[in-house]
Ligand binder design. Structure first.
Ligand SMILES: NC(=O)c1ccc[n+]([C@@H]2O[C@H](COP(=O)([O-])OP(=O)(O)OC[C@H]3O[C@@H](n4cnc5c(N)ncnc54)[C@H](OP(=O)(O)O)[C@@H]3O)[C@@H](O)[C@H]2O)c1
Length: 261
């Protein structure tokens, strides 16, 4: 864990990025650092965060967004690093568990998906909102999913959790209207990251099969591009909702597949 305190340069934009130990969150943290942002990158796995810190020079902290005391430590560290100058909270932590039909719903998985994608996200939002307000230039960016907008067979638990996260963003945008805080939702379609499908399916072969025959699924870096655009746009420009999919995907469950790709 990075322990040094830093003196905040007031001209440098600052961000907390959750889910930064892999995939979209890691690519986003890396991208923002390259662009000159001062980034505090968080997730549960400290070893992976340390690798990211060594590679990019970002600040890191092991945080479980489903635990109050852990999020309290995040608030304290963000305050220590950024003072009253927190500009963005980028909510990437989340994910799917299982592909059971609703008839065979595994309620323990539903609970965990809700805990991470919805309750964890609102816990971090509630905790860091005062610091965003104080900065006078704040952003709350939510990485939801097309799964929060389109149901698909075997998706109900994840559909429900991501729809919950989408609604959280929508309510916040209304509640914060008139304040200097943008609420941005990026909803990706199929993104080939090394862990998303593995975590969901629990098996590497099954995870690889998700992308069989699909010409160029999105990458984590493609998503980081969109996130970077949204965060770096002039602050009066609010990208409320961006759905971004690979060309090969027309809907959550409608994906062109070719032999030999
Ligand atoms: N890949 C896709 O096809 C896709 C499509 C649409 C939307 N999304 C969404 O995009 C986000 C990132 O997906 P990804 O593909 O980058 O997946 P990923 O590689 O599995 O990343 C998930 C991240 O969330 C973190 N995380 C999980 N539980 C956490 C907790 N309790 N506290 C703190 N951090 C936690 C993980 O880190 P630790 O395990 O170290 O805590 C990891 O860094 C997710 O919200 C996902 O639902 C993904």
């Amino acid at each position: 864990m990075t322990t040094a305190n830093s003196t905040q340069d007031p001209s440098r934009l600052t961000a907390v990025v959750t889910g930064a130990s892999s995939g979209i969150g890691r690519a986003t943290a890396r991208r923002l650092v390259e662009e000159g942002w001062h980034v505090l990158a968080v997730a549960r796995r400290e070893d992976r965060l340390e690798e990211l810190a060594a590679e990019t020079g970002c600040e890191v902290l092991a945080v479980d967004i489903t635990a109050d005391d852990s999020v309290d430590r995040l608030v304290a560290r963000a305050r220590e690093l950024f003072g009253s100058g927190l500009n963005a909270v980028v909510h990437v932590a989340g994910g799917a568990l299982g592909v059971e039909t609703a008839a065979e719903a595994d309620l323990e998985k539903w609970q965990r998906m809700y805990d991470i994608n919805v309750l964890g996200t609102v816990r971090v939002t509630r905790a860091l909102l005062p610091a965003l307000r104080e900065s006078g230039r704040g952003d709350l960016l939510f990485v939801t999913s097309v799964a929060g907008h389109e149901a698909y067979p075997g998706g109900s638990g994840y559909n429900a959790a991501k729809a919950g996260e989408h609604m959280l963003a929508g309510a916040l945008r209304l509640e914060l209207n008139g304040e200097r805080i943008r609420v941005i939702e990026i909803a990706p379609g199929m993104v080939r990251t090394e862990e998303f499908s593995l975590v969901r399916l629990g098996d590497q072969d099954a995870a690889d099969a998700v992308y069989d025959g699909v010409e160029q699924p999105l990458t984590a870096e493609d998503c980081a591009d969109v996130i970077s655009y949204a965060l770096n746009a002039p602050h009066h420009v609010n990208l409320d909702l961006v759905m971004v999919r690979p060309l090969a995907q027309a809907a959550a469950h409608r994906v062109a597949r070719h032999q030999g790709v």
